[in-house]
Design a protein around this ligand. Sequence first.
Ligand SMILES: Cc1cc2nc3c(=O)[nH]c(=O)nc-3n(C[C@H](O)[C@H](O)[C@H](O)COP(=O)(O)OP(=O)(O)OC[C@H]3O[C@@H](n4cnc5c(N)ncnc54)[C@H](O)[C@@H]3O)c2cc1C
Length: 448
Amino acid sequence: MPSTSHASLTDVLIIGGGPAGSTAGSWLGRQGIDTLICEKERFPRFHIGESLLPNGNGVLREIGVWDKVQAAGFVKKYGAEFTLPDRSQTVNNVFSHGIVKGREQTFQVERARFDKLLLDHAADSGCQVQQRVAVTQATRQGERWDVIVEDRDTGESRNVSARWIIDASGRACVMGRTLGIGKETIPYPGRFAVFNHFNGVPRAAGHEGGNIIIIRLKDAWFWVIPLSDSTTSVGVVAQKGARTDTRESNESFFWRKVAESKFLSDSLAQARPSGDYRVESDYCFSYDSYGQDNVLLAGDAASFIDPVFSSGVYLALESGLLSAKTIERQIRKNKAVVSSRVYLCYTSAMKRRIRTMRLLIESFYDNKSFEVFMFPAPRLRIPAAINSILAGCTRPPFAVRWRFWLFRQICALHKKRAMVPFLNWTRVTRNPKLQPEYKPETTNGLAR
Ligand SMILES: Cc1cc2nc3c(=O)[nH]c(=O)nc-3n(C[C@H](O)[C@H](O)[C@H](O)COP(=O)(O)OP(=O)(O)OC[C@H]3O[C@@H](n4cnc5c(N)ncnc54)[C@H](O)[C@@H]3O)c2cc1C
């Protein structure tokens, strides 16, 4: 039977040691604030979300981990390429061509290694880190939170009493559920992703070899992310209901969609999958409010919209840092009652950033707006403004804002009257019914 022993005290309890939790822990630890991260897994552990945005570099610098990230040997990412299934049209967003300067490069990361590096850094920064320890319950007791944590190796439970909680538990949303916070209605269809790591995927030479490549099909899209000299992450995102047969396996679905792109079929012809095909679904949501009762929600525990522009880790880093700074200020003020404005300011600061990405995400999924996205007229430097947002510039300066606004007006106009060439989806897509099947035969999980 699990046992509950005496409560330990901490100023801040952080639930989850992913990018949001580690960032918050590193900042608070460095400020000398008594902080504990409880992470239910032992790192390194697999996680999806491998392509970073340059705007996150500033956060990594602020928490003092940038040099370690630079020294870790991750693949350097200089841009993001968007292409059609037959590669007949490609937009290569080189970050250095963006309007906002200083965001030229970031990294593609194996999350197992990246997350461990960040979590170790939180410990080095003075934050207490406990792994294989899951938060199972949290109850408000006066001005403190009484939290039950379970050691997953021994099965023992104990109590932690915290003044503040940062919920960085990812999509487990531990505190959002506990507090019963309402969720926004997001009018996007349910989507799912199927992905794997592959060896032997060819890539371009030089800086371009480090790009993320997004291959847009008519009703789905692929990411191709170089993770090391030998490993490439490839995943497909589609709407729920895209499986023709409910019994279709993840692997069959993946290869059926690969067959729609000549470029990807050729790229994966000699590639060998290195693990099982994994799936993630129903990830799009946002809480109405990201804080109440001395709890702030950070990263995916607050909101996750869509992976297409690789903004998840960046927003996790930003919200990790912002939540930590908000709590640091409150602790220094030492007031018994926290004004509701504190939660409101934190929520709106994060929602503003998310909204910028959301507007661009909507353009990507709408087939008409996507045509504008794929045929960027260099006039007025609109592509350079989009480029800055793709680098994660979610609080854009006026020079980016008005161009982004104009881009959206052109998208709206293009629905009524052709502003850019139309995409002929039948021409750019391989018809899988007419083509030989591209799924390699597998033996012991390896393609022949
Ligand atoms: C298909 C897909 C592709 C994506 N691709 C990208 C990409 O290319 N680039 C990008 O930036 N983002 C991407 N993302 C998003 C990215 O994965 C997340 O936004 C990011 O991991 C969020 O970080 P986090 O710290 O908030 O949460 P997480 O990284 O999920 O960390 C949460 C941690 O909390 C721990 N935890 C959970 N419950 C408890 C508990 N009860 N007690 C203790 N610990 C707990 C978990 O074990 C976990 O380690 C993608 C997402 C999906 C679904």
